[in-house]
Design a protein around this ligand. Structure first.
Ligand code: GUN
Length: 304
């Protein structure tokens, strides 16, 4: 029987640990602080950001939400970042992505002080990660490592195959797995005969952004499947391809007109040794790791 890796339970455990450490810092007069910048009114971003701010409150972390208009320029955004860089009580700066097209995202991310870069997107942090130095690691791939570790899945010596090479997930996930002594293969959209690689994976990390892209034939029986994808499907035929006979999802699909599916075809889960469900898997860890990074940034900056 495939084991379900419960992202919500692992995230709750991490958040409880962070809350304990935040309380210990409070007794020394230190309160970690996170600034979140949300531009415009993208519905999904607003939901994520609200959840980030709420979790800060629950854990005793100071948070500030800055909401510039959709029309903001790169120069104006740079001024906001410069101001936050200079503020002692702000340990972490998160600019919610994606940004409107007129804003130069890379220039902006590069302007965040690396020690306040709780997203781990700054090239200095990417470099530190690849050089095996302590660094603020991107939250979603850091969450993948926590799920594996806390579920007792051996990483050292395992063959980990990462499908996807984004700067935010695929590349840092590969680096973190390598730092944990996995043998790592990175595949992507130009990989020839992808299935010949994925079938070798003891740990398969799917971060492609395509609904159900990893099919059962692409999976080695007994493998650990880590599904980073969050894809909304609205087409009934596509729904039936993944979820025919699933009464609970059928009800959701009928009520909302859509359901979420990961990058792994759910039929593959039955073959696996363990898997992260979507929703309720990796996604739950992203905010927990943001909280953990904010605590880490506060400690490092303030010498605790
Ligand atoms: N948008 C979607 N995921 C993320 C994330 O992890 N960090 C930021 N800054 N924006 C996002």
């Amino acid at each position: 029987m495939a084991k379900v890796l419960d992202g919500a339970a692992i995230a709750a455990e991490i958040q409880q640990e962070v809350a304990g450490e935040v309380a210990a810092l409070a007794s020394k007069g230190v309160r970690p602080g996170l600034a979140v910048v949300l531009v415009g009114h993208v519905a999904a971003s607003e939901i994520y950001v609200r959840s980030k701010v709420k979790t800060c409150e629950e854990l005793g972390i100071h948070s500030e939400l800055i909401t510039p208009p959709e029309s903001i320029t790169t120069e104006e955004m740079l001024a906001i970042v410069a101001e936050l860089n200079g503020r002692e009580e702000i340990d972490g700066i998160l600019i919610q992505l994606p940004l409107p097209p007129q804003v130069d995202t890379k220039r902006l991310l590069d302007a965040i002080l690396p020690e306040k870069d709780v997203d781990g997107f700054h090239p200095v942090n990417a470099g530190r990660l690849q050089a095996g130095r302590p660094s603020l690691a991107p939250c979603t791939p850091a969450g993948v490592i926590q799920i594996l570790r806390r579920s007792g899945i051996p990483i050292a010596g395992a063959h980990a195959v990462v499908v996807g090479r984004s700067d935010i997930v695929g590349k840092p996930a590969a680096m973190l797995l390598l730092n944990e002594h996995a043998t790592v293969t990175v595949c992507h959209s130009r990989t020839r005969d992808l299935a010949s690689f994925t079938r070798q994976a003891d740990i398969l990390v799917a971060a492609i952004g395509r609904a159900g892209f990893i099919t059962p034939e692409m999976v080695k029986p007994g493998a650990t499947l880590i599904d980073v994808g969050i894809n909304r499907i609205t087409d009934r035929e596509e729904f039936l391809r993944f979820f025919a006979g699933d009464a609970r999802r059928e009800e959701t699909f009928t009520r909302r007109g859509s359901v979420i599916v990961g990058d792994i075809d759910p039929h593959a889960f039955a073959l696996s040794g363990a898997y992260t469900p979507v929703p309720g898997g990796v996604g739950k860890l992203t905010i927990a790791m943001l909280m953990s990074n904010t605590l880490q940034a506060a400690r490092q900056r303030r010498g605790f």
